[in-house]
Design a protein around this ligand. Structure first.
Ligand SMILES: [Zn+2]
Length: 450
């Protein structure tokens, strides 16, 4: 049994019900027993631990729909346990992990393996996405129905694009019939051969292979056309190009169930960061330009982009110390994403807290079909996944101090504001006054990956 916890006097934001008010939240066992916004109406039961939340923001546990946990096969970079623990420090209570593991997640037995490892880890909840094609090779449909039954919450060949239009049509049809989202890594591989960074003046100056924005745009344009007949929940991952935002905006305007996500590095870094040939700045899709950042933020402001996702992509130090052209693509971000989103979106005045919370909770939970299980929402009798954020906490991002097994963070050394202070998963207090809890009760973890 978990203890009872009484979160007193915080600013409670629940995007599902449009709640934004000061009040108290009572957690008993694995569920939220009560929420009250009437001062003093709720008092803690005997034995409950009271946590003063004045000046804090109390939200549903944050949901990250795009992380690479590398297990099975890449355990020197990250494991399900290390990634799920790192997530807690960042305020995330639910993760959707990508299937580009070794072997890939393209069979029900691999889905079950991930879920079993997630249950054994005592961190964030982990839900796998399944590969859409066998081996993520884009040639043959994977057994998506069987994987969905085993617990895959969405489908994607992430790391690679489903490049063939014929195969894409089949994938959209299957995902539509299963009512699962298809999440596309939007990259026409014939346009990115030899590309390692954004194609533009900086790549020309550095003599590095260019990767044009149009490689992303043509795939999204093609996919939303294909999807007119299927009406699948199509989701464009990690938008990097301003032109992509326009295509998503138009498709949503016609009523298609299309969505898109943005990542911290595509909101805050440009291809100028590649100027010192630092392989930490190498990411797929690549860092672009200020104009692209402006277009992506505009898309968030007008509701075209509804989901934030880190694309946490760990790599070992030795892999990331190769030459820029040889090093693998990817950056880690789960432990520092929250203050970076705050910096890009709140400090600039683009949006306010309630919308930021929706982009980090309800919207990704809906994408993954988890909102109906109570994830990404705060309500009485709902699962007690809760994040308490201190919006004024100032700190310096330190890759060496991260809980992740990898260190490839492009934001190392940045001074930021805002941090998760308390995190509950199914009523277990996994972050306490900013510090990871000791051994959590195992009984509450049996239900984590349900
Ligand atoms: Zn990707």
């Amino acid at each position: 049994m978990s203890h009872s916890h009484f979160l007193r006097g915080g600013r409670i934001i629940d995007p599902d019900r449009g709640m934004d008010a000061t009040g108290d939240v009572l957690i008993v066992g694995e569920t939220i027993a009560a929420i009250s916004t009437r001062r003093g109406a709720l008092s803690p039961p005997e034995g409950a631990v009271t946590i003063d939340c004045e000046g804090m923001i109390v939200t549903p546990g944050l949901v990250d729909p795009h992380v690479h946990l590398r297990e099975p096969g890449g355990e020197s970079k990250e494991t399900i346990a290390s990634g799920a623990a790192a997530a807690i420090l960042g305020g995330f209570t639910t993760l959707c992990c990508m299937p580009n593991t070794n072997p890939p997640i393209d069979l029900p037995s691999t889905v079950e393996f991930v879920l079993q490892r997630a249950r054994a880890a005592s961190g964030a909840r982990v839900f796998p996405s399944g590969a859409a094609t066998v081996g993520r090779r884009g040639e043959q449909l994977a057994p998506m129905g069987a994987m969905a039954k085993a617990g895959a919450v969405a489908f994607t060949d992430d790391g690679d694009c489903v490049a063939s239009a014929g195969m894409m049509g089949k994938v959209l049809a299957v995902c539509a019939s299963l009512d699962k989202a298809f999440m596309q890594h939007c990259q026409d591989p014939t346009l990115t051969e030899g590309g390692v960074m954004n194609a533009g003046v900086v790549s020309a100056r550095l003599g590095l292979g260019g990767w044009p924005s149009v490689a992303e745009e043509v795939i999204i344009e093609r996919d939303v056309r294909l999807n007119r007949i299927h009406q699948c929940r199509y989701h464009a991952q990690h938008l990097s190009a301003g032109g992509s935002v326009e295509i998503i905006r138009r498709a949503r305007g016609t009523g298609q169930p299309v969505s898109a996500e943005a990542s911290p590095h595509h909101l805050l870094l440009t291809d100028d960061a590649c100027g010192t040939y630092d392989p930490v700045m190498k990411v797929n899709p690549p860092l672009r330009t200020d104009a692209d950042i402006r277009a992506i933020i505009e898309g968030i402001v007008d509701g075209t982009i509804t989901v934030l996702a880190t694309d946490h992509a760990p790599h070992t130090a030795s892999e990331k110390s190769r030459d820029f052209s040889e090093a693998p693509f990817g950056m880690i971000g789960i432990e520092c994403a929250l203050p970076l989103y705050m910096k890009a979106l709140l400090d600039s005045g683009a949006i306010e807290w309630p919308r930021l919370v929706a982009l980090l909770t309800l919207e990704p939970a809906r994408l993954l079909g988890l909102a109906e299980r109570g994830i990404g929402r705060l309500f009485e009798s709902g699962p007690a996944d809760v994040t308490v954020i201190d919006p004024n906490h100032r700190w310096t991002i330190d890759a060496q101090a991260m809980r992740s097994k990898s260190r490839n963070c492009p934001f190392h050394g940045w001074q930021v504001r805002g941090r998760a202070r308390e995190v509950f998963v199914a009523g277990s207090r996994l972050l306490s006054a900013g510090a990871p809890a000791g051994a959590p009760q195992t009984s509450t973890h049996a239900t984590h990956a349900n």
